[in-house]
Design a protein around this ligand. Structure first.
Ligand SMILES: Nc1nc2c(ncn2[C@@H]2O[C@H](COP(=O)(O)OP(=O)(O)OP(=O)(O)O)[C@@H](O)[C@H]2O)c(=O)[nH]1
Ligand SMILES: [Mg+2]
Length: 234
């Protein structure tokens, strides 16, 4: 098997729907899931490229594995549950640090899942540009409640991530393009999410092919002239 050309990693708290989103996209179905142990991946061919998509475990006990899965990632999808504000906070507090091992030009998407559980907005607020939560969940049996996390909160996190990564907003896709609301249950926006990301990842992969992966300076191995291996005081 050829080594994948690019790698996309799904991160987020347990129960937000990482496995369900990936299953919905790859297997076109929504079935019962069990909480993920460790990680698992699918391979997706997009144009002439092979992209691996990694599903990770949100449970605290597997947290240590996250940075390993993110190593060299071309893109990371950070997932929260639109009905649980804490799951958005966890992305910043617990998961963002795991992406330090990703490629320095890694792309980020932020996804609010389970919009089918959200109460329908008033008619005049519905779907703008097909990106809103409007059609999700019609006919569903689960009780609905007003949305607890707004898209603006996710976009604010996206901008914080750019600051954390010291990236200029002009050099990366805009927050509006990279923040999604989805439902793995109904399929709402699931294809849009993955396929937008594949299209953005392809130029990154081809740049890595022609120029090599971005160079980073390892400051831990840097020695000033005259410094001995045993340190500056030797
Ligand atoms: N209503 C609704 N339920 C969902 C949706 N996505 C996932 N679920 C349900 O939420 C629960 C958790 O889904 P998973 O996909 O296993 O969550 P996960 O993020 O992979 O969780 P871990 O593997 O423990 O990290 C399951 O009962 C799913 O059926 C969605 O879009 N809408
Ligand atoms: Mg899972």
């Amino acid at each position: 098997m050829r080594k994948p050309d690019g790698k996309i990693v799904l991160l987020g708290d347990m129960n937000v729907g990482k496995t369900s989103l990936l299953q919905r996209y790859m297997e076109r179905r929504f079935t019962d899931t069990v909480s993920t142990v460790g990680g698992a991946f699918y391979l997706k061919q997009w144009r002439s490229y092979n992209i691996s998509i990694w599903d990770t475990a949100g449970r605290e006990q597997f947290h240590g594995l996250g940075s390993m899965y993110c190593r060299g990632a071309t893109a990371v999808i950070l997932i929260y549950d639109v009905n649980h504000p804490q799951s958005l906070l966890e992305l910043e507090d617990r998961f963002l640090g795991l992406t330090d091992t990703a490629s320095t030009d890694c792309l980020f998407a932020i996804v609010g899942n389970k919009v089918d559980l959200v109460e329908e907005p008033a008619a005049e607020d519905q779907e703008k540009d097909g990106r809103g939560p409007g059609v999700a969940g019609r006919g569903g049996e689960a009780p609905k409640a007003p949305k607890q996390v707004q898209p603006e909160d996710a976009m604010a996190l996206y901008r914080k991530i750019l600051k954390y990564k010291m990236l200029d907003e002009k050099d990366v896709p805009a927050a509006e393009q990279m923040c999604f609301e989805t439902s793995a249950k109904t399929g709402h926006n699931v294809d849009l999410l993955f396929e937008t990301l594949f299209d953005l990842v392809v130029p990154v992969i081809s740049r890595h092919r022609t120029q090599g992966p971005p160079q980073t300076v390892d400051i831990t191995s840097y020695k000033t002239p005259g410094q001995t291996p045993s340190g500056c005081c030797a």
